[in-house]
Design a protein around this ligand. Sequence first.
Ligand SMILES: NC(=O)c1ccc[n+]([C@@H]2O[C@H](COP(=O)([O-])OP(=O)(O)OC[C@H]3O[C@@H](n4cnc5c(N)ncnc54)[C@H](O)[C@@H]3O)[C@@H](O)[C@H]2O)c1
Length: 101
Amino acid sequence: MNFTGKTAIVTGGCRGIGYSILHKLAELGVDVGFVDIASIADAQNTIEQVKLLGRKCEFFSADISNLNQAESTVRYFLDIFGHIDILENNAGVNKDFSFLD
Ligand SMILES: NC(=O)c1ccc[n+]([C@@H]2O[C@H](COP(=O)([O-])OP(=O)(O)OC[C@H]3O[C@@H](n4cnc5c(N)ncnc54)[C@H](O)[C@@H]3O)[C@@H](O)[C@H]2O)c1
């Protein structure tokens, strides 16, 4: 697939699976925006790593479980990129319990 000129939003991109997806998309030539409940300080490492790949990387701090903040997120990235081609809904919580619990 040709990803040249595409843009993506990844939710929860500060760490873990979201970070890996963000990084891979940037490697493929995609300009990426990511939203995370974490602060700009926590996002800084991700931004620096992705920019090393020569792609745009923009961060928006928000809680995407809140509808108003989710809508603000989309508006923010649309203003920056003009279009959004890919959405990776990654953010979430993983609560592991043993079977007996
Ligand atoms: N790790 C696993 O084995 C596994 C297995 C199955 C599914 N998943 C799912 O994959 C996704 C990522 O998992 P992970 O292990 O990388 O998680 P993680 O906890 O390492 O990272 C999740 C990221 O999402 C952000 N986030 C969480 N809630 C948010 C919210 N409401 N708004 C904005 N950002 C938010 C966190 O700040 C964090 O940066 C999750 O949805 C998880 O449920 C993970």
